[in-house]
Design a binder for this molecule. Structure first.
Ligand code: AGP
Length: 366
């Protein structure tokens, strides 16, 4: 039936492996190849209203917040509308200034996370316009929002979010394409993004097919007490989510930092006992990232690089290669090997993969 592991050892592995299909479902019927736009009927926003927003504020908790950070970058890149993400709990406790020309977006897989729900309610009390990016149809958060995007990723059972995280990033790519084409994104760039979105399911399949290599690396690195995750700009939210996955299911301590911040403090932690997972897309920041790898290696730190091309052998001990898409969409793919890495680390360490200690699937209390 719907809720068994379908021959997989764990729900988590099943949900990771389903992603070619779940991403296809998030995209289904939403890409218009004639005008290179996204059809998002559930937004309930006219083009006129869409143009009137001068800012986008994204809220969510945990992995939902990290996917929101990917979303904020997509909206800034494709639509050039200032956007940022914040944990929903921080947002609601700081008595936020709610602006009439800001569009608020709440993210939740379950649709029941109390902090996110309370933030949406606070926004509505102050007259804010809130969209939801939600997986569970008819959930409390979905009902509170004035419109939004359903992920259609199917039920996520394992406590650690995987397919909902990826589908949320895909939903943001659609939202950013939509906003972009209402603003100044050219038809040619719209087409480039539409084509890139269509390539995602097949590319995710390729990543999953390379799972054995990632599993071998997970056993090689899992016995370290702590790991560092770094990335710049597009790679940074990916690094944060990679660290979150490793922490929650393997209990290996992990910290995520923007790569440029290492030298402002955490470089002191780097040495043979603390390896670094570096998210290095082949984008305009490639050279900067490679310099960072050199700095880590010069301190005796081991480097596992996740990226698009093999670096100089001096710069990384191990590499996970990921298929290249359009630069704006690359974060969606770069996160998936880190899910697989965390899964295998948890298995090697004999953890309760689907029900990690101290955690609940949805946090319905304050
Ligand atoms: C994800 O791996 C976590 N278990 C957790 O951070 C989760 O994403 C967060 O609690 C938000 O849940 P939601 O998406 O159901 O609102």
């Amino acid at each position: 039936g719907h809720y068994d592991t379908g021959g997989y050892a764990h729900y988590l592995l099943k949900e990771i492996s389903e992603q070619p299909d779940t991403v296809a479902r998030t995209l289904r019927g939403r890409i218009d190849d004639r005008f290179h736009i996204a059809h998002l009927g559930g937004l309930n926003l006219t083009p006129h209203e869409t143009r009137a927003f001068r800012r986008v504020k994204i809220i969510g908790c945990g992995s939902a917040y990290y996917s929101g950070q990917i979303g904020a970058q997509l909206i800034e890149e494709l639509a050039r509308i200032p956007a940022d993400a914040e944990p929903a709990s921080e947002f609601r406790y700081r008595n936020p200034v709610v602006e009439h020309d800001t569009l608020y977006v709440a993210i939740s897989q379950s649709g029941e996370t109390y902090d996110t729900l309370a933030a949406v309610q606070e926004l509505k009390r102050k007259g804010g316009r809130v969209l939801g990016i939600v997986n569970t149809v008819g959930s409390a958060i979905a009902r509170e929002c004035a419109g939004g995007i359903y992920l259609h990723a199917g039920p996520e059972v394992s406590v650690a979010s995987t397919k909902a995280f990826t589908s949320t990033a895909v939903a943001f790519a659609l939202l950013a394409l939509h906003f972009g084409r209402v603003h100044d994104l050219s038809p040619a760039d719209g087409r480039r993004i539409c084509d890139g979105l269509r390539r995602l399911p097949g590319q995710i399949e390729e990543i999953i097919a390379g799972g054995d290599h990632i599993a071998a690396l997970a056993s090689k690195y899992a016995d370290h007490p702590s790991m560092m995750f770094v990335g710049r700009v597009r790679g940074y939210p990916v690094a944060r989510e990679g660290a979150q996955k490793l922490k929650e299911i393997s209990y290996v301590h992990a910290e995520a930092y923007p790569a440029s911040e290492l030298k402002h403090g955490p470089l002191a932690l780097i040495g043979p006992e603390t390896p670094t997972v570096a998210v290095v897309p082949d984008d305009e920041l490639l050279d900067k990232n490679l310099t960072t790898l050199g700095e880590i290696r010069a301190r005796g730190g081991r480097v596992l690089m996740v990226g698009h091309r093999e670096p100089d052998a001096k710069l990384a001990d191990d590499v996970i290669l990921v298929p290249k898409n359009e630069p704006e969409l690359d974060p969606i793919l770069l996160g998936i090997p880190l899910q697989i890495f965390a899964y295998h680390a948890a298995v090697v360490l004999d953890r309760d993969v689907d029900r990690p200690r101290n955690l609940a699937k949805s946090v319905t209390v304050e």
